[in-house]
Design a protein around this ligand. Structure first.
Ligand code: HEC
Ligand SMILES: [Cu+2]
Length: 339
């Protein structure tokens, strides 16, 4: 037999195929570098599955490429195919047993990782994440709500995730795990950050016209920086700001306005909607008194569309979700701080 596959040739093609796959797998940064313990575990399962795939690819590619080369039809070769194989029990046992073991081991590894990732220890930092069209807000144990998620490194954090309107999904790519935000059904996500840095917070459930703009930031900071921010923020919340602006500012932050609007008084730098520092100009342009214009813009945003902006991006639910007195505080706050 001229074409008996030499073990050496097959092995050579298998190794070459594996090397190509390893280069593709490692040279391209397919996933962000994990920034939490939970992400590290998911990363482990990912590479476990990746290595199984590399081995299977090599095992399939080697006989395929060998056959293409060794058994190709020669000129003037009219011979029939070889006899087919029927009912090879040994072969069937092998090709059932191997996938069974692979799939079972993947399921066991994933189950262990998911169970471990759900554990928050005895004293996690508890933060409530609220999704609404189209902003994320984060409520801390001091009862204050902020538009940016700040987390200390190396501490268990347990997020409770809810939604005020439709389905959203909370995701920080560097932390790998996603969690749905469901109205009326709080969900949970445990994070134990391992790397400081600024990471994007993204909504990954198509939730309306402004879905792609529904982004915030997660700042993972050292325990010291976090403590300094938290105690400062807590003090600022209890000390009355000049002009009695605290209440209005709290309503502004709690409703995610800063995710979309720039407003210097609130240190908000959102770019999705108009710059609220220019509200006076805008009200004059719409020929309305300032406070009435602001109130109308919040309660029924579609009544007047700021030039250059789109209808349907600013949430239309604030009239129902912000109680009357708070709405007045908010309007007052915006009117008195607008330039
Ligand atoms: C998802 C992004 C988004 C969020 C969240 C949001 N807005 Fe808006 N807002 C917009 C957009 C876009 C416009 C311009 C379109 C329009 O006029 O409806 C706008 C318009 C406005 C205007 C009119 C400004 C002008 O120049 O005409 C005011 C006032 C305003 N928003 C206040 C608020 C307040 C207060 C909140 C929080 C309770 C808020 N917005 C939350 C996107 C948003
Ligand atoms: Cu969303």
């Amino acid at each position: 037999m001229r074409h008996r596959a030499s073990f050496f040739q097959l092995a050579l093609i298998a190794v070459a195929s594996a090397v190509v796959m390893i280069v593709v797998a490692y040279a391209i940064p397919w996933l962000p570098y994990p920034a939490s313990r939970e992400a590290g575990r998911i990363n482990f399962v990912y590479w476990y599955a990746e290595w199984i795939s590399i081995v299977i690819f090599a095992a399939v590619a080697a006989p395929l490429f060998y056959s293409l080369w060794a058994f190709r039809v020669k000129r003037d070769d009219f011979s029939e195919d070889g006899p087919p194989i029927h009912g090879h029990t040994g072969l069937e046992i092998v090709w059932t047993a191997i996938p069974f073991l692979i799939v079972t081991s993947l399921a066991v590894a994933s189950a262990i990782v998911l169970a471990k990732n759900g554990r928050a220890g005895t004293d996690p930092l508890q933060i409530t994440v609220t999704g609404q069209q189209f902003a994320w807000t984060f409520t801390y144990p001091n009862k204050q709500t902020y538009p940016v998620l700040r987390l200390p490194v190396d501490r268990h954090v347990r997020l409770t995730i809810t939604s005020k309107d439709v389905l959203h999904s909370f995701w920080i790519p560097e932390l790998y795990q996603k969690q749905d935000a469901v109205p009326g059904l709080p969900t949970h996500l445990v994070i134990t950050p391992t790397r400081t840095g600024d990471y994007p917070v993204i909504c990954v459930e198509l939730c309306g016209l402004g879905h792609s703009l529904m982004r915030s930031e997660a700042l993972i900071m050292s325990q010291n920086d976090y403590d300094a921010w938290y105690s400062g923020a807590t003090k600022a919340a209890s000390a009355p700001a000049p002009g009695g602006a605290t209440a209005g500012l709290a309503v502004f932050n709690a409703n995610g306005c800063s995710a979309c609007h720039t407003f210097t008084a609130a240190k908000a730098t959102g770019k999705v909607g108009p710059d609220l520092d220019k509200l006076k100009q805008e009200a004059a342009g719409a020929h309305e008194p300032l406070a009435a214009f602001i109130k109308q813009s919040i309660v029924s945003p579609d009544a007047y569309i700021a030039p250059g902006y789109q209808k349907g991006v600013m949430p239309t639910s604030f009239g129902q979700t912000i109680p009357g007195p708070k709405l007045d505080q908010l309007v007052q706050y915006l009117a008195s701080n607008a330039k």
